[in-house]
Design a protein around this ligand. Structure first.
Ligand SMILES: NC(=O)c1ccc[n+]([C@@H]2O[C@H](COP(=O)([O-])OP(=O)(O)OC[C@H]3O[C@@H](n4cnc5c(N)ncnc54)[C@H](O)[C@@H]3O)[C@@H](O)[C@H]2O)c1
Length: 461
């Protein structure tokens, strides 16, 4: 038996001193971070201790080629984030002006990304490996399907789909073609939301009884006048699968989210974020019963999605989820009235409540947050960078934090609410069959799938 070397005492002390210094620096850093973020110290310490697993920026030889499809507001943010991990080689938009501005903004060392009008051409490019899809909601599915068929990985904006039926198509295509798809519900990569969900999942509130989500109210504006289509915009292509309408400025860029033709109002817009967190904490596939009421009518000839509403969901195990709108938040995220009810999520259990949004986390008793979770607690998928997690998975071929199935199920929660609002019926959802059942099923199922205007149907890609 070989003798084991023991460390001489003199050298054994030095590392321990270095360790003390490093440990002190670590604790100080964690204390500062906890003060800055308002997150509990134990959570920050756990986080920092595990920091070795964080996303690594790729080396120059390891940078995938990226195409941005949809060069508008969110496309800019996504493209900027993606450019840390790969090279933007192509930009694509049906509005020439938007594509040209992106080509200029994302020129690096004299290399100008090529401009495309039709995303199907982008899918033919062999140098493009990743598609960032930041088109309006009614285009998400066809762009994502084309990418899957071309075996390109996708960072696809939320909500994943325009209809529940589209979700089944894209889940199947992603699996059939083996691509990675990250849904752009980036709140899952926020430590604040993950902490809230881990606490709920581990029974910190006792038995979870109800989750309450507040979404910004939509807009009640109109009537709008049709005007000539602006130069450089292909309005027919922009409308895609939606019923053709005259051009109205308020239907198009950025404001499309207030029309059922292209989106679902704040129910699917902000709902895609906060319902996704409720879904993560509750951990059940879908609610069973849905009812809804709206409190104001859309202005005739104006935005047609409901602006103020309440939606009530009940899960098979009795947990309730209530969604309300608040007028005190701008739908574009800027806080209008810090004193008012803000958008966010409140979890209510038998032993207390917990409130979380993008700015803060609080609880009925501070100890609910302060007391560390035990070492064997249920842990949720951890990502600190939504785009970074996507590119990690592009390399590893693992499932990203908001994989296509997650994106589909959280979009489904939003679509269920929008359908209950539009029909005004009490509905029952069969989450295994993904169909409504019961008395109002035929009327409600008519909203699960939509007729797509030709040529922009599934045969387009
Ligand atoms: N994750 C988030 O926090 C977040 C925030 C804002 C928006 N979004 C999502 O991003 C998406 C885009 O929203 P936005 O506010 O940036 O809209 P936007 O109108 O500013 O941009 C959309 C762009 O897509 C282009 N486009 C439309 N059809 C196209 C097609 N077939 N091919 C190529 N380009 C096409 C439009 O011309 C426009 O330039 C939406 O789905 C929205 O829900 C996500």
């Amino acid at each position: 038996m070989g003798s084991r070397k023991t460390r001489p005492e003199s050298t054994a002390k030095a590392p321990s001193t270095r360790f003390d210094i490093a440990r002190r620096a670590f604790l100080e850093r964690c204390g500062r971070l906890a003060a800055m973020t308002g997150l509990p110290l134990w959570f920050i310490e756990r986080q920092e201790a595990e920091a070795a697993q964080t996303t690594k920026l790729p080396t120059p030889n390891d940078r995938p080629g990226i195409a941005i499809v949809g060069c508008g507001g969110m496309g800019k943010g996504d493209a900027t984030n993606a450019s840390a991990f790969g090279d933007i080689l192509a930009v694509c938009d049906v509005d020439e002006g938007h594509a040209a501005a992106f080509a200029k903004d994302f020129t690096v060392e004299g290399k100008v990304p090529k401009i495309h009008h039709d995303f199907r051409q982008v899918m033919e490019r062999r140098d493009v490996h990743v598609i960032v899809n930041a088109t309006p909601d009614h285009w998400h599915t066809l762009v994502n399907l084309a990418a899957a068929k071309a075996r390109k990985d996708v960072y696809g904006e939320k909500p994943l789909t325009l209809t529940i039926d589209e979700g089944r198509h894209i889940v199947k295509a992603v699996r059939d073609h083996g691509i990675v798809l990250q849904t752009g519900t980036q709140q899952r990569s926020s430590q604040r939301f993950r902490l809230a969900c881990e606490l709920v999942r581990n029974g910190r509130l006792g038995k979870l009884q109800q989750a309450r989500v507040w979404l910004p109210a939509g807009l009640r504006e109109g009537p709008f006048k049709s005007v000539p289509v602006p130069a450089g915009l292909d309005w027919d292509f922009w409308q895609g699968q939606a019923l053709a309408a005259d051009y109205v400025t308020e239907r198009c860029h950025r404001m499309f989210r207030f029309w059922y033709e292209y989106s679902g109002g704040t129910m699917t817009d902000w709902g895609a974020h906060h319902n996704d967190i409720a879904y993560w904490a509750i951990g059940l596939l879908a609610p069973r019963d849905v009812t809804a009421q709206h409190f104001s009518e859309p202005v005739p000839g104006g935005y047609n999605t409901y602006a103020d509403y309440e939606v009530n969901y009940t899960y098979a195990n009795g947990i309730r989820l209530q969604i309300n709108t608040t007028k005190d938040d701008s739908i574009f995220g800027e806080r209008l009235n810090p004193q008012g009810q803000r958008n966010g999520i409140r979890f209510e259990g038998s032993e207390g409540w917990l409130w979380v949004n993008r700015d803060e986390i609080s609880a009925s008793d501070p100890d609910l947050l302060r007391t560390p979770l035990p070492a064997d607690a249920v842990r949720l998928y951890e990502s600190k960078s939504h785009m970074g997690n996507f590119f990690d998975c592009v390399r590893s071929r693992e499932l990203p934090i908001c994989d296509v199935e997650t994106g589909h199920r959280s979009a489904t929660m939003c679509h269920l609410g929008a359908i209950a609002l539009r029909t005004g019926r009490s509905l029952t959802w069969d989450s295994a069959e993904e169909r409504f059942v019961g008395e109002h099923a035929p009327e409600a199922n008519a909203h699960v799938v939509r007729e797509m205007r030709k040529p922009y149907d599934y045969s387009f890609v």
